[in-house]
Design a protein around this ligand. Sequence first.
Ligand code: ATP
Ligand code: MG
Length: 162
Amino acid sequence: INKRPVNLTKLIHSVIDMTRPAFTEKNVNLQVTCDSSITLHIDPERFQQVLLNLVDNAKKTSASGDCVRIEAVQTEQAVTITVTDEGEGIPAEDLPYIFDRLYRVEKSRSRKNGGTGLGLSIAKEIVESHGGNIEIQSKVQEGTRIQIQLKRGVPDDQSSIN
Ligand code: ATP
Ligand code: MG
């Protein structure tokens, strides 16, 4: 991984720009709330890949008229990125395996949409390689929330971030 100081707000907006047409086509709303000028010491290509997958998953599970929300909030210690959807949700019995390679929920709408079942396992790997953590909460017929938490602060080397 190639970590450098990255403007998270810009990165999120680049992801939105890439996926907006697919949301428009499906009539799914996409809302973004992002603290301005969040700078993180991350690999931008890898993180873009993570966010694209989370937003793609949220879109696949959403029906016309649903809303997907992306939120990025920073505190002194951490930055939290949340992707929330109002889709079909994930059954409790599937949740423990959801970050496993190739795991896909048998009856999910996204299954019909194709996909390899790799996105979340890659996302977890990337987030953890940045010292962060990724968590999922979900309820069938209510929706899913994925939260990424990254610690802020000076990286191991002497280069400063903010
Ligand atoms: P890929 O990401 O490789 O294109 P995929 O989307 O199927 O394929 P993952 O992103 O790893 O793979 O997701 C694994 C499975 O978890 C999905 O197939 C789907 O069943 C379920 N899932 C993931 N995100 C959601 C979500 N937001 N709502 C409901 N189910 C989800
Ligand atoms: Mg996916």
